[in-house]
Design a protein around this ligand. Structure first.
Ligand code: IPM
Ligand code: MG
Length: 365
């Protein structure tokens, strides 16, 4: 029987629409090959939504996402909307989507592909074989903590403040996700905090230690965030699974991404307790190259593969997409961001066509 899945597409801004088109074409082909039927609904988010409706996350978009089995999100933001007040900025739409769907667990793999090792700014021997997953808490911490704001003090000076706050239950649920991921990988979990300074981090560390009792096969370690940043650059292969809060995860996942040399290659998944997951490339909307057929669609395509694996439980279809990505790289095709001497330069659309060729005829098996 044909399996049916409803996917909400959020192309957003900048290069978003171009890379979304490639991912949709890949999904359609893989759907025919594996007898999966995808129905796509497109909705507005970010700057595109601001232009059309005045707000970055229209109710209709959140409703469409809630009514689907998974969400494929491309990127938001651009120069045009950079100077709007915070509530109207594209980023606020993304944070609203995360909160609205309860996506507390953000999985950001940083895997170095053998074909792209020389794209890394670090030495080959440091990065070869790097395979890390950053599990970032996504709906709490200082991003969402209250009180927050900018007020005027008695002296007439302005004061800005945010609150870094975690409840035990928020730490426990992300800890559980991280332990389970570590269990399926190399069974090493490193929790990153700032427990030498912050009370909220001490609570985080205590809960991680408590949770560890349920996972005797996983080796738990702790690092302070400053040291973790240093270790990621110094000796990244010591890491397997990293779990951390929202702000530290934002920073460390960018650092981990750059180990691989190519942020244009990295997918991510954001998951909640139930309801649809959101799958998105780690990179942004790249407004400088938008609409010029220069974007690298591979992170978006790999995000679609993650969707097949985590939300639809279709590991074979996911693996076939990942294999197709390896194939086009082996064939030497490169978009500008990962170009190196001797390789064949292609645009976004052509890269999509090469992927479809690597997947083979649609009506197979
Ligand atoms: C990310 C981004 C977002 C974040 C921004 C765009 C709000 O940097 O997904 O890492 O800070 O979470
Ligand atoms: Mg970030």
């Amino acid at each position: 029987m044909t399996q049916q899945y409803r996917i909400t597409l959020l192309p957003g801004d900048g290069i978003g629409p171009e890379i979304t088109a490639v991912a949709v074409a890949v999904l359609k082909t893989i759907g025919q090959q594996f007898d999966l039927e995808f129905s796509f609904t497109e909705a507005l988010i970010g700057g595109a939504a601001i232009d059309a409706t005045g707000e970055p996350l229209p109710q209709a978009t959140l409703a469409a996402c809630k009514a689907s089995d998974a969400v494929l999100f491309a990127a938001i933001g651009g120069y045009k909307w950079d100077n709007l007040p915070r509530e109207q900025r594209p980023e606020t739409g993304l944070l609203g989507l995360r909160a609205g769907l309860g996506l507390f667990a953000n999985l950001r793999p940083a895997t170095i592909l053998p074909q792209l090792i020389d794209a890394s700014s670090l030495k080959r021997e440091v990065v070869e074989g790097v395979d890390i997953v950053v599990v970032r808490e996504l709906t709490g911490g200082i991003y969402f903590g209250k009180p927050k704001g900018i007020v005027e003090t008695e002296t007439g000076e302005k004061r800005g403040f945010n609150t870094m706050v975690y409840d035990e239950s928020e730490v426990d649920r992300i800890a559980k996700v991280a332990f389970e991921i570590a269990q399926k990988r190399n069974k090493r979990l490193c929790s990153v905090d700032k427990a030498n300074v912050l009370d909220v981090s001490q609570l985080w560390r205590d809960r991680l230690n408590l949770m560890a009792e349920n996972y005797p096969d996983v080796e738990l370690s702790h690092l302070y965030v400053d040291n973790a940043a240093m270790q990621l650059i110094r000796a990244p292969k010591q890491f397997d699974t990293i779990v951390t809060g929202n702000l530290f995860g934002d920073i460390l996942s960018d650092a981990a991404a750059m180990l691989t040399g190519s942020i244009g290659m990295l997918p991510s998944a954001s998951l909640g307790a139930d309801g649809p997951g959101v799958y998105e490339p780690v990179h942004g909307s790249a407004p400088d190259i938008a609409g010029q057929d220069k974007a690298n669609p591979l992170a978006m395509v790999l995000s679609a593969a993650m969707m097949l694996r985590y939300s639809f439980d279709q590991p074979a279809a996911a693996a076939k997409i990942e294999q197709a990505v390896q194939t086009v790289l082996d064939q030497g095709y490169r978009t500008g961001d990962i170009m190196s001497p001797g390789m064949i330069a292609v645009g976004c659309q052509a890269m999509g066509e090469k992927l479809l060729a690597a997947l083979g005829p649609a009506m197979q098996s």
